[in-house]
Design a protein around this ligand. Structure first.
Ligand SMILES: Nc1nc2c(ncn2[C@@H]2O[C@H](COP(=O)(O)OP(=O)(O)OP(=O)(O)O)[C@@H](O)[C@H]2O)c(=O)[nH]1
Length: 629
């Protein structure tokens, strides 16, 4: 077992803002229309899935537990996970080999348009190795930190991972974060150095980095080109040799973990399950440990990569199950399913995702409230990392306050609502979750607790009622070529960050660790980091609790009245009072009088505007402008 560098510091779910900031640039702006390439890919996928829509049932009983391998592909963003998945699907004959197979497991429209994976996708592959037939269950995961909840859940269904590292870029911040997710889950880790075909590839340097940072001997690395298919067969062989089969018992009563699910308007909930014990088949009566409701199983099967019904699913296998769950509240990710007559102790499930940013969401038109409610409920089945609280606003009506893992996550959720549910929404300016320790007995009674979390800035309690305010902090990891270290450090200091660690991962690359206030990095930190390092630095962060902070509520007044929808919480800075006389050094008193008179006239003009009614459109425009900045 390895003892990787700094392991003790890496507790918890690692999160980065890789694209949170990048996404912020495009937040709520019209998205580019799909490129020709995306449209062509979409057509290819449609053909692919319909041609593969074979309805004969596969008999999975021939795969004994020893012949099953469950693994995820994890990596820093763009290091080639989905491309490697394409080659593995081709090599095993799961899909036909054509030039058009590009990231075929990225099935969502948002994924094809943006060229990123946002949902983990499962595919079952059948592979013959040394005369034995193996069933390989592969899960392709997203690389962006905003979707790391997908990665950690996927790992619960696996015994091993392929840790893909780009042969040119080397270890990046998310490589480190994903490694530790797999390491803490005690999975077998196979390092795969990808893109060796690139002119600037330096696989030997990357091997050394892997040895230094993760303590994995360099002879365990497999060097491949997922694009060209070079050495990909060796990856499959390593999966069989180095990843153990699942530890399960088929003779025990059924114990199935729901690790993901989607909602189909005709068939209800489609649950992705990993069978820890037992067998399940069509017609079985099963119970949800979460709701205690009983259902009859209508269909079981594997994803190949589209749904392929099977007679049964056996312990050790990963597949899907449809059991007539029509209500969205019935489908809980992390739930355990068992046979009606054989109750079992439920599996531990998953830790809930911890939202990093909150924003208000309202229908553009209040008459759309119920449709939007149903869309949000259905989408959160497929994206369980979003938290939902009901909320309302004077100007925007009834809506919700939603919690996301980052701004890219927020944008993708919004885009999926539009594309998959035809829903149009207005989102308010995002905020991080602050806390306040209350001193006011009245407020403590009202909230029924002393320490409250503020997810809506309009509810920020006044300083006179509070002992202290707290802000969320994160432990950030930055990997940068050392020529930019000075500039990176200056940027971190400007963002109120405190340095915690620094180490060289090779001769000219530095890994820095800083404690950051979350609100200092959530918006544009990543953009600044990328621009000062010519695009070479990468960034990742993980939750590190809260620290005391000087916070103030910044109201925006309209004719003297605060506007609830535009309130923000900011770190306290000295107030700047505009002194119109500041530039009048001595001199003539009449000049000063003239300036003061002009200022008074300006104020009068403002008052003249009176108590106007601000149309809702105006709010929407202001909120959009705030988000676009
Ligand atoms: N030259 C070269 N390019 C590759 C190789 N593998 C992947 N790429 C390219 O790298 C880019 C990213 O590949 P993806 O497979 O989408 O990467 P990913 O890790 O799945 O990306 P996310 O899911 O968004 O994190 C694409 O443009 C691929 O064509 C390779 O072996 N060689």
């Amino acid at each position: 077992m390895w003892t990787p560098v700094g392991r003790g510091r890496w507790h918890g779910r690692a999160l980065t803002v890789w694209a949170a900031a990048a996404a912020h640039r495009g937040l709520l702006k019209p998205r580019p229309t799909p490129t020709r390439e995306a449209a062509a890919k979409s057509r290819t996928l449609d053909r692919l899935y319909s041609s593969a829509d074979r309805k004969e049932k596969i008999d999975l009983s021939r795969f004994s537990v020893e012949n099953i391998r469950n693994f995820s592909i994890i990596a820093h963003v763009d290091h080639g996970k989905s491309t490697l998945a394409d080659r593995l699907l081709e090599l095993t004959g799961t899909i036909d080999k054509t030039k058009n197979n590009k990231q075929v497991l990225d099935k969502l429209q948002v994924e094809r348009e943006r060229g990123i994976t946002v949902k983990a996708q499962t595919a079952s592959l059948f592979y013959n190795c040394e005369g034995k037939q193996y069933l390989l269950n592969l899960i392709d995961t997203p690389g962006h930190v905003d979707f790391s909840y997908e990665v950690s859940r996927s790992l619960s269904a696996c015994q091993g991972v392929l840790l893909v590292v780009d042969a040119n870029e080397g270890i990046q911040a998310q490589t480190v974060a994903n490694f530790f997710l797999a390491f803490e889950a005690q999975l077998s880790i196979i390092p795969v150095i990808n893109k060796v075909d690139l002119k600037n590839a330096d696989p030997e340097r990357v091997e050394k980095q892997i040895e230094k940072v993760f303590d994995i001997p360099s002879d365990e690395c497999i060097k491949i080109s997922a694009k060209l298919g070079t050495n990909v067969e060796r990856v499959l062989q390593a999966v069989i040799k180095r990843i153990p089969p699942p530890k399960v018992h088929r003779k025990n009563p059924l114990k199935a973990l729901v690790f993901d699910s989607t909602f189909d308007q005709y068939r209800g909930v489609i649950a992705n399950v990993a069978l820890f014990d037992g067998v399940v088949s069509k017609g079985d009566k099963i119970v949800s440990a979460h709701t205690k409701k009983t259902y009859e199983v209508n269909e079981v099967g594997v994803l190949n990569p589209n749904e392929q019904p099977t007679h049964k699913l056996y312990a050790g296998q990963v597949g899907y199950l449809i059991a007539g769950m029509k209500d969205v509240t019935e489908a809980q990710i992390g739930d355990t399913l068992y046979l009606h007559k054989q109750p079992v102790e439920p599996l531990p499930g998953f830790k809930s995702a911890k939202p990093m940013v909150f924003a208000g969401m309202y229908p553009i038109d209040q008459s759309e409230y119920n449709n939007l409610k149903s869309a949000v409920e259905k989408l959160t089945i497929n994206d369980s990392s979003v938290t939902v609280h009901r909320d309302s606003s004077l100007a925007l009506g009834a809506g919700w306050r939603l919690g996301f893992l980052g701004l890219l996550h927020m944008e993708v959720f919004n885009q999926r609502l539009e594309q998959e549910y035809n829903a149009s929404v207005i989102l308010t300016t995002p905020t991080v979750p602050y806390k306040a320790v209350l001193s006011s007995a009245k407020l403590i009674k009202e909230y029924r607790e002393k320490e409250i979390t503020i997810i809506n800035p309009a509810q920020f309690p006044d300083k006179s009622k509070v002992t202290e305010y707290l802000e969320p902090v994160v432990l950030g990891t930055i990997i940068t070529p050392d020529e930019y270290t000075g500039k990176v450090m200056m940027l971190c200091q400007a963002r109120r960050a405190v340095q915690k660690n620094m180490m060289y991962i090779d001769q000219n690359r530095v890994m820095l660790k800083y404690l950051f206030p979350l609100n200092e990095i959530v918006v544009d930190f990543y953009d600044s980091l990328k621009s000062l390092s010519s695009g070479y630095a990468s960034f990742d962060y993980e939750d590190a609790g809260y620290q005391t902070a000087e916070l103030v509520k910044m109201d925006i007044l309209l004719n003297g009245n605060p506007v609830e929808e535009l309130v923000t919480i900011v770190h306290n800075v000295k107030a700047y009072r505009k002194n119109v006389l500041a530039k009048c050094y001595g001199g003539d008193i009449t000049r000063k009088m003239k300036l003061l008179k002009r200022q008074a006239e300006g104020k009068k003009k403002l008052r003249k505007i009176g108590n106007i009614e601000v149309p809702k459109d105006a709010f929407i425009k202001v909120l959009r402008t705030q988000c676009d900045k």
